[in-house]
Write a protein that binds this ligand. Structure first.
Ligand code: GLC
Length: 528
């Protein structure tokens, strides 16, 4: 593999800056906090970090409402802090990927303020999607996708009303984003995670949808328009002019026909693979999900990065701790009292899932706290919730705050070392995280954290970039595959212990084995 393709099998750690580490003790994480914790990431063994937005923002959507695409919000630090972070990370061999948000900006962006101050039909309004009459599109966050302004016109926002959508057909918009790419590439970023990458262009006719169509249904007049692919090709040329830089697209779709064009020749390099985030815990389902994902990219020289958690979805240990036959969204259902969560079982399965994820060919993304086996925080009081989904649905949907709670580093009470001083963290931390902290888990050889550390190290040593993946039958309820001749993963997703297939040694196990039996909800890496 050439150096240019470092991203193909990289382990990338997703940092949600507001909740990672708080150097200035104001209750919110910051860039200096990340910089101070680089040794932690080195010990974890990750190749790169992806930082979700840290740009100036009113924080109506956790920073995905960007008021200035080329600066740092004062709550996170300065551009100088960013440069220092990139430089220090490079010294540790860690690359930095940043988020780019091309679908919308914040209502506080100067161009949107100009648009509001300008007349209907003026050039300033043309940079956004203003109309005299709205169509029937709904926001992804609930409620209508249009908001009326004082003079009677309406503007489109696929997300919150504070996130107006750009009009990508106005030449200023592509020009702005090409400058934004170069701004961060010049500062040494390794690439971009592209937010809502398929929504940039809308069907120019803005056709109504059949009544009752869910906002994320496909095909869609605001997703996957050919002009979006053309713009991505222009971005790819910019990336290539800088050498080994990469872009990873966010698309919440598992339709191979829709995804394949994004990975075609001259397109951006990667698309997240979210299939395992919604696959029920069964060997048949996991195998089918893995096989269909691999099939999408079989004819292409890439594999899509595997994701088990991110800042938009319930924590894995919680998701796997509920009855897998009925599960849709454990946060919502548990908070409505409809289901019970078996935390012990969920964590056991999350440990096994980690060994599956890290044994698969291609890149793996690990969301901060996933390596600590954190559960979704369910008991956040309504008045402390910040996700716009909660407010836009009148509290009917609790939303994503529960996976965004500040990390526990040490100690036995909040803020658990998140800041050096007692602070009120922006989201409340639970009272029972003392055994979840990085310090507590570092001292425990059997902890989730140490499982991740060992797995990342062994992954590199044993199979690195070997692409070959071959499933084999290891008995009822098991998921088993080899990666080359000497290595196999066997995971028991069934109810009963099973005999381990022939092997020469156990490299790593997600939980205790029973002699030569692999207990339920346990995975092993074996040499053969
Ligand atoms: C993406 C982000 C999510 C954000 C949305 C709107 O899905 O991951 O956090 O709310 O885009 O920008």
């Amino acid at each position: 593999m050439s150096h240019q393709e470092w991203w193909r099998d990289a382990v990338v750690y997703q940092i949600y800056p507001r909740s990672f580490a708080d150097a200035d003790a104001n209750g919110q994480g910051d860039l200096a906090g990340i910089r101070a914790r680089l040794p932690y990431l080195v010990e974890l063994g990750v190749d790169a970090v992806w930082l979700t937005p840290f740009y100036p923002s009113p924080m109506a959507d956790g920073g995905y409402d960007v008021a200035d695409f080329c600066d740092v919000d004062p709550r996170f630090g300065t551009l100088g802090d960013f440069d220092a972070l990139v430089a220090d990370a490079a010294e540790h061999g860690i690359r930095v990927i940043v988020d780019i948000v091309p679908n919308h900006c914040s209502a506080e962006h100067p161009w949107f303020k100009q648009a509001l101050a300008a007349e209907p039909g003026s050039p300033a309004r043309e940079r956004f999607i203003f109309r005299d009459e709205p169509n029937n599109w709904q926001s992804m966050f609930g409620g209508p996708a249009w908001t009326q302004v004082e003079d009677g016109q309406w503007y489109l926002h696929l997300f919150d009303s504070s996130q107006p959508d750009w009009n990508w057909r106005h030449p200023d918009v592509p020009a702005l984003f090409e400058d934004v790419l170069r701004f961060w590439l010049d500062r040494g970023v390794a690439g971009f995670r592209v937010d809502v990458a398929g929504a940039m262009f809308k069907d120019a006719a803005l056709p109504d949808l059949p009544p009752g169509t869910p906002p994320d249904a496909e095909p869609s007049p605001y997703l996957h328009q050919p002009e979006t692919l053309a713009e991505h090709r222009r971005w790819r040329k910019i990336l290539d002019s800088y050498g080994d830089r990469v872009a990873i697209l966010e698309h919440w779709s598992d339709n191979p026909e829709i995804m394949a064009p994004y990975l075609g020749d001259g397109q951006l390099q990667q698309v997240f693979n979210f299939t395992l985030m919604s696959t029920p815990w069964s060997a048949t389902d996991w195998r089918a999900a893995i096989e269909s994902s691999v099939a999408i990219t079989a004819s292409m020289p890439i594999t899509a990065p595997w994701v088990l958690e991110n800042h938009d979805a319930p924590r894995l240990a919680t998701r796997l701790g509920v009855d897998q036959s009925i599960i849709r969204n454990p946060t919502e259902e548990a908070l409505r009292g409809e289901i019970d969560i078996d935390r012990t079982r969920g964590l056991r399965r999350a440990r096994a899932a980690a060994l599956i994820q890290l044994a698969l060919p291609g890149s793996a993304y690990v969301y901060q706290g996933q390596e600590l086996g954190l559960h979704e925080v369910l008991d956040i009081p309504a008045e402390r919730r910040e996700d716009p989904i909660f407010t836009r649905t009148g509290g009917a949907i609790f939303g994503r705050d529960g996976c965004r709670v500040p990390l526990p580093w040490s100690g036995d009470a909040p803020p658990y070392g998140f800041a050096d001083h007692p602070v009120r963290t922006w989201l409340p931390q639970p009272g029972d995280w003392a055994r979840q902290t990085v310090a507590a888990q570092s001292a425990d050889p059997g902890s989730m954290l140490n499982l991740y550390r060992t797995a990342v190290r062994l992954r590199r040593a044993h199979f690195g970039s070997a692409p070959d993946l071959a499933f084999f039958d290891a008995g009822e309820g098991t998921l088993a595959f080899t990666r080359g001749p000497g290595f196999a993963l066997v995971a028991n997703l069934g109810q009963e212990a099973v005999a381990l297939p022939a092997h020469t040694g156990v490299l790593l196990a997600s939980g205790p084995l029973e002699g030569d039996l692999l207990p339920a909800d346990t995975a092993v890496w074996v040499s053969r």
